[in-house]
Write a new protein. Structure first.
Length: 531
């Protein structure tokens, strides 16, 4: 495997690439690379034997303040690559180490410059642990979708999916490395025969992975996060997710070296991990250790279940990815997941919008959008999926193969995303979650109340404020989440104490509502306008 066992010892996509100079000589300085862009070193080395197993390669990158060891990988026919995403501006130098003489002791340098507009860096977890932000501090509010094998379809179908995504509200997409439905690209490993299991886990097919990373690059150009699913239980005929442990380890190191420098990559260790019968929880724990060690860029990491929750409190999990068909029916079911995980939570699967006979793919657009709003009110995030077909074949839908969207939820999710991105601070947190307020937001700053399928004709403007808390003036917006309108009510609400726990405006104790479903109310402190 092209990976240094010496370890990771210290701790629009612009790409700078360099062909290294002869061994021991300094390479010519390539074009500058933007911060959080991708610098690629290309080397020529051994092509005989099995370079995927026989050759170790890594490079130490340093800017004089920090040093980072980056693994390399074999890209076929004696070509080796090392990819690095610089976290700081300035001059970076690098030196390779390898057990192959032709690759050892190579040196070079490049300059890292300020990021271009639109490059905010990779997504990370906020200091409070419950939300997301880019490396430059810009909040990231995930409104994601799932299209498992879109990247493995024909070039024409992939282009259609990218065009759809460009016009969609989605800023994250879950996608499988291994095919789970009918696909054009199905062989990540070298073939040894014509049978479904006639492949060599010790030899990757570089063309397969080049094709996949091309899709990652194109997503990055659109500003979309690629949530890369590494294993899944859906293709037992070929058995890519049932390899022996050494082969699993080699695969993880290879994808980490190939994909990890792309700033839009997230790692999803498995989809429905508990249905992969060949692996135990201990196996998954071990593989997370391998992935963490192999990924010096420290991309986000999760794992997704069908029946048995993984312990998301484990230190290698950055955020919880959860499947739950009934969790987002109100905020009271949502926020306990934050409390137990003690981390950011994305309900990546809450049942999909669709016309399928399957129970997991038959929500109306209204029902799916409602789940997104309840999830937001509970301080979590919800994912989209669509299974709308002419013949009840879920595999040939957006969920399975991408293409175009046909449902009614995406425009309403665009409206929700716009609202989420307008709120001050890192995101929505539940307020007084153990009582019956159904409020999210930021205490004493702004509040959001969602009514779901209820049809209230009025609402008492009561906020959980005690006598010693600030009693400010607020303005109120009435939001129709389905028709995508926001109406600012005239005047202000000057809060005063109502009882031990609550405040209201005695001059305006209630507001009128239209008696329709899917309404919300936003209460904002005067002088704190939304962006």
């Amino acid at each position: 495997m092209v990976f240094s066992r010496r370890g990771m010892i210290k701790g629009t996509l612009a790409t700078g690439a360099v062909i290294a100079a002869p061994r021991g000589a300094a390479a010519g300085v390539p074009a500058p690379v933007e911060r959080w862009g991708l610098h690629e070193v290309t080397l020529t080395g051994p092509a005989n034997g099995n370079p995927f197993i026989d050759v170790d390669l890594a490079a130490m990158f340093s800017n004089g303040r920090i040093s980072v060891a980056i693994p390399g990988f074999h890209d076929g026919e004696g070509t080796y690559r090392i990819r690095f995403s610089p976290p700081q501006t300035g001059r970076w130098t690098w030196t390779t180490t390898s057990n192959a003489k032709a690759l050892d002791g190579r040196t070079g340098a490049f300059d890292c410059v300020a990021p271009r507009a639109g490059n905010r860096g990779p997504v990370e977890i906020t200091p409070d642990g419950y939300h997301f932000r880019h490396a430059d501090g810009t909040p990231f509010k995930p409104v994601g979708t799932t299209a498992y094998s879109w990247a493995l379809q024909s070039d024409q179908r992939c282009a259609e999916t990218l065009k759809t995504l460009a016009a969609s509200p989605f800023n994250k997409i879950r996608m499988c490395v291994f095919p789970n439905v009918a696909s054009v690209a199905t062989h990540p490993f070298a073939r040894t025969g014509s049978g479904p299991k006639d492949w060599d886990p010790g030899r990757f097919d570089p063309a397969y992975f080049r094709r996949f990373e091309d899709r990652i690059r194109k997503l990055c150009e659109l500003g979309i996060q690629a949530d890369v699913i590494l294993f899944h239980p859906y293709d037992k005929a070929r058995g890519y997710s049932d390899m022996a442990r050494p082969d699993d380890e080699r695969y993880l190191r290879y994808v980490a070296a190939r994909f990890g420098a792309f700033r839009n990559v997230w790692w999803a260790m498995a989809n429905e991990y508990d249905n992969v019968e060949s692996k135990s929880v201990a196996d998954w724990d071990h593989l997370f250790g391998v992935l963490v060690a192999a990924d010096p860029h420290r991309r986000l990491r999760s794992i997704h279940q069908i029946d048995t929750y993984y312990d998301h409190r484990k230190p290698w999990i950055t955020h919880a990815s959860i499947q739950h068909g009934a969790v987002a029916l109100d905020d009271g079911r949502v926020h306990p997941h934050r409390n137990f995980a003690q981390k950011a939570v994305i309900f990546d699967e809450v049942i999909y919008e669709g016309n399928s006979s399957k129970r997991w793919a038959n929500l109306s657009g209204e029902e799916l959008v409602e789940r997104h709003w309840w999830g937001a009110l509970g301080g979590c995030y919800v994912g989209h999926g669509e299974v709308i077909t002419n013949d009840d074949n879920a595999d040939e839908s957006w969920l399975g193969q991408g293409g175009r969207l046909r449902g009614t939820s995406p425009p309403r999710l665009a409206f929700l995303r716009q609202l989420l991105e307008s709120v001050p601070g890192p995101g929505i947190d539940p307020i007084q979650q153990f009582w019956d307020y159904h409020l999210g937001g930021r205490e004493f700053t702004w509040y959001l109340r969602y009514f779901g399928r209820q049809r209230p004709i009025e609402w008492p403007v009561v906020l959980p404020i005690r006598a010693t808390d600030p009693h400010d003036a607020y303005c109120v917006d009435v939001i129709d989440t389905w028709n995508m309108t926001i109406e600012r009510l005239p005047g202000v609400f000057q809060m005063s104490q109502l009882n031990t726990y609550d405040s209201h405006d005695p001059a305006r104790p209630t507001i009128s509502l239209p008696g329709k479903p899917y309404m919300a109310v936003r209460i904002e402190k005067m002088g704190k306008p939304f962006r």
